[in-house]
Design a protein around this ligand. Structure first.
Ligand SMILES: Cc1cc2nc3c(=O)[nH]c(=O)nc-3n(C[C@H](O)[C@H](O)[C@H](O)COP(=O)(O)OP(=O)(O)OC[C@H]3O[C@@H](n4cnc5c(N)ncnc54)[C@H](O)[C@@H]3O)c2cc1C
Ligand SMILES: O=C([O-])CC(=O)C(=O)O
Length: 339
């Protein structure tokens, strides 16, 4: 008999990573993942899925480094195994950020965790006459439309249960579960009334260009070309506070112009699809625990959301932190010896 009932709300890359970490580490818990949308309809499904991150202002750098390294190592092991095609994870090399001006920070905080990080040579930069500085390395690309179904299989195999349902408030879960884990992304705005979480709209295209093998990202953060397993993702936009989910033709035009300037051969690429997603953004992601009084009893609630444009990158690392917070809750719930 499984004694502790845990529910994870959210079926994006954060929810499924967290649910897998919990179910595999705590076999005495029954774990249910609940969400209103599943793959292929989550934000995670359309993400380019490239691993690198910006730095959050108020989270200790050591913690951010751990999130990055744990995620990178986890996905690298998959990329180097026979599971790679089924999981949608691959190594990906190229030029990450080429800058028109030399930036103040030349080496990002995660540069030692990716493979072979170096500054671009003058010869390489000649290909980009508008740019003066760039970084080159090998990282990973995790395609969530393949990875999420793979994680779901892994979750079910370990005994996890899945339920499709919209949760209107966390209180409605408190009769059926002992610990609630909130991985609802942008949904947290309503679900837990978090006014700090907001959308940053992103539009991308998938194009057929199998000859493009190297990724390129401009330091403007809205021009990128990421070759994937079956197509190349090109983008993008970063529109703060914009809730529109429809494709905008002006964005499509801008993306094509900017990407073709960096990689002229894209003129010959066929457009396969266009997609819009809303990044669940927050000044800092919320990975923390609280105890909330529900129906007259204290219920541990562990939050893991607000990863903005870096959710695929940080999913496994923040999931492991969340597992630690669930363990802490279990410890506090255990009957204390009478003195
Ligand atoms: C264009 C674009 C490109 C991107 N590229 C990258 C990239 O290259 N690298 C990277 O690391 N990141 C990238 N991202 C960011 C990444 O997509 C997000 O950080 C990540 O998907 C967030 O995952 P999530 O699980 O928190 O949210 P989501 O995928 O949105 O999942 C949220 C889940 O919560 C559920 N939910 C919400 N509210 C409720 C409720 N009330 N009841 C029940 N269920 C609920 C939803 O149904 C869903 O299942 C990109 C994003 C965009 C838009
Ligand atoms: O910024 C990038 O290069 C890709 C990404 O994470 C996003 O669009 O959110």
């Amino acid at each position: 008999m499984k004694s502790v009932r845990v529910v994870v709300v959210g079926a994006g890359v954060i929810g499924f990573s967290t649910a897998v970490c919990i179910v595999e580490a705590l076999p005495f818990c029954s774990v249910t993942l609940m969400a209103d949308k599943f793959s292929p309809d989550t934000t995670s499904d359309g993400a380019a899925g490239i691993l690198f991150a910006a730095q959050f202002p108020d989270i200790p750098l050591q913690r951010q480094r751990r999130w990055f390294k744990d995620s990178f190592d986890h996905l690298l092991a998959i990329a180097q195994s026979q599971c790679a095609p089924e999981a949608g994870v691959m190594l990906s090399s190229g030029y990450w950020q080429i800058f028109k001006e030399v930036p103040a920070v030349k080496k990002p905080f995660w540069s030692e965790f990716v493979i072979g990080f170096r500054l671009m040579t003058d010869v390489e930069l000649k290909r980009f006459p508008d740019h003066k500085f760039g970084q080159a390395f090998t990282t990973l690309k995790c395609e969530c439309s393949t990875y999420l179904p793979w994680l779901e299989k892994r979750f079910r195999k370990a005994g996890g249960q899945v339920e499709q349902r919209k949760v209107n408030n966390l209180q409605e879960l408190s009769n059926s579960f002992d610990i609630i884990v909130n991985c609802s992304g942008l949904g947290s705005k309503v679900l837990v009334g978090d006014t700090q979480v907001y959308p940053v709209r992103g539009q991308v295209l998938k194009v057929e260009a199998p000859w493009v093998q190297h990724f390129i990202r401009d330091g403007d953060a809205t021009t990128y070309i990421y070759p994937g397993i079956r197509s190349v993702t090109i983008g993008g936009t970063r529109q703060e506070g914009d809730w529109r989910l429809q494709v905008d033709d002006r964005d499509t035009k801008g993306i094509l112009e900017r990407c073709r300037r960096l990689e002229p051969s894209l003129n010959k690429a066929k457009i396969l699809s266009e997609w819009v997603g809303l990044r669940p953004s927050r000044k800092n992601p919320r990975v923390e625990r609280e105890v909330v009084e529900m129906q007259g009893r204290p219920v541990p609630v562990v939050h893991n959301y607000g990863h903005g444009g870096w959710g695929v990158t940080l999913a496994w690392g923040t999931a492991l932190d969340t597992l630690g917070l669930v363990k802490q809750s279990l410890h506090e719930m255990a009957p204390q010896p009478k003195l």
